[in-house]
Design a protein around this ligand. Structure first.
Ligand SMILES: *Cc1c(COP(=O)(O)O)cnc(C)c1O
Length: 406
């Protein structure tokens, strides 16, 4: 008799974005004449950069000739891409990596979810609250989070670190000691960041507690302020306690193209056995993953060309102009707004103490604008609301003027 992994049954019901999609489609069906603008889901809208498209076409042509055809990629990914990453993302920031510390994947979501495989079940995880849901749900599927407490909307065996306006969205060291600490910086959903000193404090804490930090730097390219680190390895000692995950999705529009990577320095070893975490991930990657497509890795390489850098920088500037439109528009109308300076997300306090789902309904029905209720990202997201800067400039401006008129 086969048995299912019943950890899946503990997962709370309908996923945030399916609930939103259902509410939006019900509203549209009832009000077919209304134009609804979505600043909800975190997906890019600008087309791939010309340099990336050219590399894609070139790689497709290579696949058409026997001399240049490519089959399976090397386990860790092609060296041309890992070299470009090492030389462009890390070397200029004073971070020396060897090529076998970089693992190419099909995206950061897979890596965040799959990394759970290499850690023991009895590790206690700590997450910021609100949080990108993948970290918690992937641990829940592996039976590492205890049970889901419906009333508290929280797992019994997860350490939640509230990040709210009261603490400036900087997580405080928890009273219970975690083994695995998830940090996403710049943050989705709050759009806020940790500065160098704040991140260094977390690195020092992890080293002291012999914990590992899983650092999600998917929004690294949006950083505009000088004191925000682009990589956790800019902090002293981070190579001994941190894994960094990155993505081409938000920095180069690869959400539908799929490419990311994870860095695991060889200095990161298990405190009780000196086993290199790098070798576990190499084994896991080689066993369960057969590589990102050659043509996509060539496209990723093009992101690091002079042209690719200039073009993707322009795309990010486009989104960050939207972020400024949202921030300034709402702040001018008296809203309390956060984020949007080093990240394409604006996190706002709901007005008049509305719950985040009540504000969602109000915005949908009265302004025909879709955002994401903060409560969907964790208990401390209640009373907040997320808008994304990934729309077009025209629709973003129209959405904000509708909200301001409310
Ligand atoms: C979008 C996003 C990612 C990127 O995921 P991909 O699988 O690379 O598209 C990772 N982490 C966070 C927090 C994100 O918002």
């Amino acid at each position: 008799m086969f048995k299912i992994n019943d950890n899946f049954l503990k997962l709370p019901g309908s996923y945030l974005f399916s609930t939103i999609a259902r509410k939006v489609s019900e509203y549209k069906a009832a009000n077919p004449d209304r134009e609804v603008i979505s600043l909800g889901i975190g997906d890019v809208t600008q087309p791939l950069a010309p340099a990336v498209i050219r590399a894609l076409h070139g790689a497709v042509d290579e696949m058409a000739a026997v001399e240049t055809f490519h089959g399976y990629s090397p386990d860790l990914g092609y060296e041309f891409l890992r070299t470009a990453i090492r030389d462009n993302d890390y070397k200029p920031r004073g971070v020396e990596l060897s090529l076998d510390e970089i693992f190419i994947s099909d995206g950061a979501k897979s890596d965040c979810g799959n990394i759970v495989d290499i850690f023991a079940t009895d590790n206690v995880i700590a997450v910021t609250d609100p949080v990108y849901p993948v970290y918690v749900d992937s641990n829940a599927m592996a039976g590492k989070t205890g049970d889901y407490d419906k009333a508290k909307e929280a797992w019994t065996d997860v350490i939640y670190m509230p990040c709210t306006a009261q603490n400036g969205f900087v997580p405080e060291f928890p009273s219970r000691t975690p083994d695995i600490i998830y940090i996403c910086c710049p943050n989705n959903p709050t759009g806020t960041t940790l500065n160098k000193d704040q991140l260094q404090a977390w690195v020092d804490y992890a080293i002291e507690k012999q914990a590992v930090i899983l650092y999600d730097a998917a929004y690294e390219a949006y950083i505009s302020e000088a004191d925000v680190p682009h990589s956790i390895y800019e902090c002293d000692g981070a190579k001994t306690c941190a894994i960094e995950m990155r993505s081409f999705s938000k920095n180069a529009g690869f959400t539908g193209t799929r490419l990311g990577f994870t860095v695991i320095p060889k200095e990161l070893t298990a405190p009780d056995s000196d086993v290199m975490v790098n070798s576990l991930w190499a084994r896991r990657h080689g066993t369960k993953f057969n590589g990102a497509p050659y043509i996509i890795q060539r496209a990723g390489e093009a992101v690091y060309s002079a042209e690719g850098k200039a073009q993707t920088k322009e795309q990010i500037a486009y989104y960050m102009k939207n972020a400024a439109t949202i921030r300034e528009g709402l702040a001018g109308a008296g809203y309390e707004v956060y984020g949007g300076v080093n990240a394409p997300y604006i996190w706002l306090k709901t007005p008049e103490g509305l719950s985040s789902w009540d504000f969602f309904d109000k915005l949908l029905t009265e302004a025909n604008v879709v955002g994401t209720p903060g409560a969907g990202f964790g208990p401390s997201g209640e009373g907040y609301f997320r808008l994304t800067a990934f729309g077009t400039a025209e629709k973003t401006a129209e959405a904000i003027s509708r909200i301001v008129r409310l």
